[in-house]
Structures are given as C-alpha cells and as structure tokens.
Design a protein around this ligand. Structure first.
Ligand SMILES: Cc1cc2nc3c(=O)[nH]c(=O)nc-3n(C[C@H](O)[C@H](O)[C@H](O)COP(=O)(O)OP(=O)(O)OC[C@H]3O[C@@H](n4cnc5c(N)ncnc54)[C@H](O)[C@@H]3O)c2cc1C
Length: 388
C-alpha cells in the first residue's frame, strides 16, 4: 500500500490526507503547530470546490456551517454607487451545478479534521516540525528523527521548506499590498450594511470586503491597502491609525464599519510568478507551497482542495509514483497559473483610479447576470481531469 508523508496540516495538507486515504493509500501528516487551527476568519467557496467536497465526502459538514450569500456586489468606495451585482441564488446554482458559499476557516478545517479522524489509514502528528527532505521520499524532522514513505507532499504553505529544496527559487514575492482583517458580531454592524451579500468596496489603492459568517452571527471584514511594510507570518497585530489614514477619503459608511473593529490582525500579501517544477521524483508540492496567489479571486484554498483530489486521482491512474506526480503537476500547472495571473489582474482592477476605474465600472456594469456567470466559467466550471 502506498504511504504518503504530508508536510503541513492546513486546508491543503488535511485535504490531501483525506483524498489519498479515500483512494486506498495511507497518509501521515506532520504539522508543526500544537493544534490544527486556521488563522483569520472567512473564506469564500466557489462552485468548483463543492465538487471537491463531494469527492472528499465532507459536503454535508461544510454546508451545515456555511452561509450562502445572495450576491457578489462591487461598490465604489469613494462615490458609493453600485458598480456590479452578480446574483448567487438559484439561477447561479443551476448554471454551475453547485452553489457559492462563505465559511469560517476554522469550520472548514474542522470538517476536514473530523473526516480525517474518521477515515482509516490517516495518522496526524502535531507539534512536529519538518526540517526538510532526506532523500526522495523521506523526511528529516527538526528533532533529528527520520521518517520514510513512498512519496512526500509539501503542503507547508507560502514559506514552504519543501519547495525550497525541490525548486530552490528563493522567498515569495511581496506584493506591496497589506490585508487587515477583523470580525464584528452582527449586532455591532451598522443597520444600513447588507448582511446577506459579499460586498467589495473598491477604491484607489484599497478595498474593503465584508460578508456574513457563522449563520449570520458574525461579519467578516478584510481591508486591503498598498504599503511597503514587510513582515513574515500571518497573524501580526494591526495599527488602527494606518487603516484610518488609508481609508480617510472613503465613504462614511465604509469608515463607520472600519471604526468598529478595535483589534485588527494583518497579512503582508505575497505570491509568486507561476512556475513548473514542483515535482521531483517521489516528492511534490500542493496548495500555497506550489502556487501561492493573491487572494483577489478568493481561490487559494479552493485550489489546494482541487490539487488534493487531482493528486489522489493520478495516483490511482498511474502505476508508478513519479509518473503519477508528474501527471498531477502537468494537469494543475496551467489551471493554477491562470488563477495566479488573473488574481493580480483583479487586484489592479479593484484598486484602480481615474480612467481605469471608469473603464472597470463601464465594463463590469454593462454585464447582465448571464454574462457575468459566463465570464466565470473558466474558474468555476473547469474541464475534469482523467480519473480511473
Ligand atoms: C486575506 C486572505 C484572504 C483569503 N481568502 C480566501 C478565500 O476567500 N478563498 C480561498 O480559497 N482562499 C483564500 N485565501 C488563500 C488561502 O488562505 C490559502 O491559499 C490557503 O490557506 C492555503 O492552504 P495551504 O494548506 O496550502 O497552506 P497553509 O494554510 O499555509 O498551511 C500550511 C501548514 O503547514 C504548516 N507548516 C509549515 N511549515 C511546516 C514545517 N516545516 N513542518 C510542519 N508543518 C509546517 C503550517 O503550520 C500550516 O498549518 C486567502 C488568503 C488571504 C491572505
């Protein structure tokens, strides 16, 4: 039986363990944190990832916690006007065959974790820091132990050590964009704010996204602005004065929402140029380790889940592991590269000023619902990959 060693127990690592175990492999996950936890609050789920939830057998658990917003709405953060509205109701679901939803990251991770615990063949190891590869399918742990398997999956995120060994292409690229995130109890949200939509307020060099979480009990806020601040990690404490400065020219309703958060956390947003070469023999990468992207299409975790299922499918299809891993990378490379590139383009569009913002408003505002859905086909309705 094929035994996989998975570095990292985030969304990508746990999804990989589950997908592989459901395909008849055994999997051992090494997570350096002392608990399986997610930092940050909300995550958006496109119809593409619901297909993966079906394959992983966790759709019901996800749906029990997720909120289905009524629309994706873009508004101008300066003028206040609505730029575009994409309905997400029955018509959207009929078009794509699956819904759009938002969920608390902790709830998604909990669904994956519970499914891993209930699936034979998965071993989860906490507080286990992986120092690196030790041969093609062996790991060296930070405490000096060595572990051998049949393949290694580096699901160790943006600052991946396994990537450094396989690709050696240096640190990720700092985008110059910072995301501040906070959560409000719904009672603290001003009455005029939409509670059932994903709303993006777009302005020059900034935007604010908000959407409901936990059956509408919480409102998730992510405020992004341009800044040359650099800091590694995912959970630094934000400075409220910086938010006030950067959003000083935005609508009163935007500033009103922002002023109600007193404890911000922030991320320095990074990505990489798309590149092939994440596979070497019996070792490969998955999720942010393989193709980190800016969050402007809300697809990083969605892609990690697609990777996990695709990888398990290729292991079932090909007799030898290096061929299966090479096929997996080949099937995922253009898909994930497109999302990486388009996420940058969307970031520029969201943060546009002057004539570019006018162009954005004219182009997006001219679409009806059908045209908007058709424009999302490449992302939400990709062609299937080969399965045994
Ligand atoms: C502001 C923001 C909003 C976002 N919104 C969305 C969204 O709406 N939808 C979406 O799909 N995506 C979104 N994303 C992207 C998403 O968060 C990531 O793409 C996703 O979390 C990547 O998962 P992963 O498992 O690949 O990596 P990670 O979540 O980074 O997990 C890596 C794991 O590996 C562990 N690890 C690292 N090194 C080691 C080691 N040496 N030994 C052992 N363990 C190790 C870490 O502790 C961690 O648990 C957003 C990102 C940001 C910044």
């Amino acid at each position: 039986m094929t035994h996989a060693l998975i570095v990292g127990g985030g969304i990508g690592g746990l999804a990989a363990a589950l997908a592989l175990a459901r395909a008849g492999c055994t999997a051992e996950v090494f997570e350096r944190a002392s608990a399986f936890r997610e930092i940050g609050a909300g995550i958006q789920l496109g119809p593409n990832v619901f297909r993966m939830f079906d394959r992983l057998g966790i759709r019901a658990a996800v749906e029990a916690e997720a909120v289905r917003p009524e629309a994706l709405v873009m508004r101008c953060a300066i003028g206040g006007h609505e730029v575009t509205r994409v309905p997400l109701g029955a018509g959207f679901e009929a078009h794509f065959g699956h819904p759009y939803a938002v969920i608390h990251r902790a709830d998604l991770l909990a669904a994956l974790h519970a499914a891993c615990l209930a699936t034979p063949g998965i071993r989860l190891q906490l507080s286990t820091d992986v120092a690196g590869l030790d041969g093609e399918a062996e790991l060296l742990l930070a405490d000096g132990r060595r572990v051998a398997g049949d393949l290694v999956i580096g699901a160790d995120g943006l600052w991946s050590r396994i990537r450094a060994e396989i690709m050696g292409d240096g640190p990720p690229l700092v985008s110059g964009h910072i995301a501040y995130r906070g959560v409000l109890p719904m009672e603290a949200v001003p009455g005029h704010v939409s509670r059932r939509e994903v709303v993006l307020w777009a302005g020059p060099k900034l935007h604010l996204v908000h959407y409901p979480l936990r059956r509408g009990r919480l409102m998730n806020l992510v405020a992004v602005f341009h800044s040359d601040h650099v800091e590694e990690g995912w959970d630094a404490t934000g400075d409220t004065r910086l938010i006030e400065q950067h959003f000083a020219d935005t609508r009163p309703e935007v500033r009103d929402m922002l002023s109600r958060i007193d404890a911000w956390k922030f991320w320095v947003l990074c990505d990489r140029e798309p590149a092939r070469g994440w596979t070497r023999g019996h070792a490969t990468l998955l999720g942010d380790a393989a193709h980190p992207m800016l969050q402007y299409l809300a697809q990083g975790a969605n892609m990690a889940l697609e990777d996990a299922v695709c990888l398990a499918d290729q292991l079932g299809l090909h007799a030898d592991i290096p061929t299966a891993l090479a096929a997996y990378e080949n099937l995922r490379a253009l898909r994930t590269a497109r999302v990486q590139v388009m996420a940058r383009v969307y970031g520029q569009f969201y943060h546009a000023a002057g004539l570019t913002a006018e162009l954005r408003d004219a182009a997006l505002g001219a679409r009806d619902a059908k045209a908007a859905w058709t424009g999302m086909e490449w992302l939400y309705n990709p062609p299937p990959w080969p399965v045994r």
